[in-house]
Design a protein around this ligand. Structure first.
Ligand SMILES: [Zn+2]
Length: 54
């Protein structure tokens, strides 16, 4: 009998692929910094616009 331990696999940052240690399995980190999240969003938006224009 003991505390249930949940092992969480490190996930790579979606932007720079750096491995991130996951401390909260209920809210996995996908970006190593908020700035990378912004960059990712911007690139997604640009891709969306390029899709419309081409
Ligand atoms: Zn990153």
């Amino acid at each position: 009998m003991g505390v249930i331990e949940i092992e969480v696999e490190p996930l790579p940052c979606t932007w720079c692929k750096r491995l991130l240690e996951q401390r909260r399995w209920w809210a996995p980190k996908r970006f190593c910094s908020p700035w990378h999240r912004v960059k990712y969003r911007v690139m997604q938006a640009l891709g969306f616009v390029a899709d419309i224009l081409t």
